[in-house]
Design a protein around this ligand. Structure first.
Ligand code: UTP
Length: 340
């Protein structure tokens, strides 16, 4: 079995953070998004991995090579022409093996063994109330997938395709992807993976579904914060408050190495990456990236990038900050004793 993970995208919905880091290296609950996915592959004992990289790909390669010992093949997608195109770029690494495709920005909580239990190709799905924004599968009476429909405006199924696909017949997938490219079959201007999967169904491939209970999208700020909340609750980290100076932690929270907390209250649902420094702050439901320094700041529902510096007035609560790396905010020009 080989995992195939496309991570080439620009991550434009997560700007400004993706100006300096590729989306999959942004932290959620203390680790980069991609680390949550790769750690799950380790648990599943899947050791062969294909990474399809593009935008800021060198940073991703460096991170994976430093932290993991997978048998990894890197394939570059030089033009971002859609997910179908991304997988097509990697088809020579499949060699007819079973593959597990996982979108690089989708952390999941699912029993993956359910995917291969049926012995058929199987698509990860989640039942949702309003499937109009998603791709869905329509199943027949025997539980096999009949067809896939992108963003159905009329109700056809509530089983949304979450972005994890187990494909047994990877040769057939390669063949259909090749057809997409050769015949320029695009939907909404892109080569779509769903189109190739639909073509597989039409050529007789049997596919089932498996349930993904936790579908943790990291595509935009709001979903990053929701994913952070879910994972913090799941991991349930605990810290000794005596390591910090007159500060309180309201769980769940993640606190990285060398974090300095002085006269502060953090939580719930806060991730503080390594070397963050907080003086007289109150932080709720936020992710603060590595090396940021906050003084007299009261914030919630915010993403603060790496090495930011925020000086504010404690009495004024701010919300929905979305600050890219190295940003500086100085709301009040006063010299704080901690700045000395
Ligand atoms: P998205 O559709 O979320 O695109 O891709 P994106 O670039 O990451 O983010 P936005 O839409 O600009 O904000 C889902 C996954 O598929 C990969 C992305 O890297 C992401 O992991 N992908 C998408 C590719 O590798 N290549 C593509 O051409 C498209």
């Amino acid at each position: 079995m080989r995992a195939v993970i496309p991570v080439a995208g620009f991550g434009s919905r997560l700007r400004p953070h993706t100006h300096s880091l590729p989306k999959v290296l942004l932290h959620v609950a203390g680790r980069p998004i991609i680390a949550h996915i790769l750690d799950e592959l380790k648990i599943q004992k899947i050791n062969k991995v294909t990474i399809i990289y593009g935008y800021k790909g060198e940073m991703i390669r460096e991170y994976i090579d430093k932290h993991y010992d997978f048998d990894v093949e890197y394939v570059e997608q030089t033009e971002l022409l859609g997910l179908g195109h991304a997988i097509w770029c990697a088809k020579d690494t499949f060699g007819g093996e079973d593959i597990l495709m996982i979108l690089g920005d989708t952390i999941f909580d699912a029993d993956l063994s359910a995917a291969w239990k049926s012995g058929k190709s199987s698509i990860g799905v989640k039942e949702i109330d309003d499937p109009r924004r998603f791709g869905v599968v329509v199943e027949n009476e025997d539980g096999f997938i009949d067809r896939m429909v992108e963003k159905p405006q009329e109700f056809v199924s509530n089983k949304a395709i979450v972005g994890i696909y187990y494909i047994k017949n990877s040769d057939l997938l390669s063949e259909q992807l090749q057809k997409l490219i050769d015949e320029e079959i695009k939907t909404r201007g892109e080569f779509q993976l769903t189109d190739a999967l639909q073509m597989m169904l039409e050529s007789g491939e049997e596919m089932t579904t498996f349930p993904v209970s936790g579908w943790l999208d990291c595509g935009k700020k709001e979903t990053m914060l929701e994913t952070n909340q879910f994972l913090l609750k799941k991991y349930n980290y605990k810290y000794d408050e005596n390591n910090f100076d007159n500060s309180k932690i309201i769980y769940p929270c993640f606190i990285g190495g060398n974090v300095k907390l002085v006269n502060s209250v953090i939580g719930p649902n806060v991730s503080l990456a390594d070397s963050a420094e907080l003086f007289s702050c109150e932080i709720k439901n936020s992710i603060i990236a590595t090396g940021s320094k906050l003084i007299n700041v009261k914030i919630k529902d915010s993403l603060v990038g790496e090495r930011c510096e925020i000086k504010a007035k404690y009495e004024t609560e701010m919300k929905d900050l979305n600050l890219g790396s190295d940003s500086e905010i100085n709301l009040y020009e006063y010299i704080n004793k901690f700045l000395e």
